[in-house]
Design a protein around this ligand. Sequence first.
Ligand SMILES: [Zn+2]
Length: 154
Amino acid sequence: MVAAEWAASEYGTVDVLPGPCAVCGSRTGVRHPSGWVCAVCEWRFGDIVDGDLPPPRVDVVYYLGYADRIKIGTTANPRQRFAAIRHDDLLALERGDRSVERHRHAQFADERFGKTEWFAVSPALTAHVEAVRGGVEPWTRHARWMSEAFALRG
Ligand SMILES: [Zn+2]
């Protein structure tokens, strides 16, 4: 629980939430004098998520590793999308839609296999994926984006 350890070192006390987080389902929270926040996505525990509305749309560009290649694509439904793609690991997620995806495809044109979304692993691509990942587990980062999007919806 890297996120929780970080949060605990900065402020608050890590403990079991009184119930699952309404946004990401985590059971780990950080207790502050003003109340609880989720240790994964930082949603304020007790704030209501309006279940009658569809979840907010968060577009991501994803990097899926499979053997010696990486697929760079985009989706707003990553869990559903990844279930349909053969892969070993989710390497990284970055916020962005088709325009960011197009930019990445052009950036790594030398590594690209034909017209596919698959790219050969190279030092440049590996360094890029590590930079995008930023030392944070991709699903943890995604949960925070969803939490922010829910909060912005009000
Ligand atoms: Zn959460």
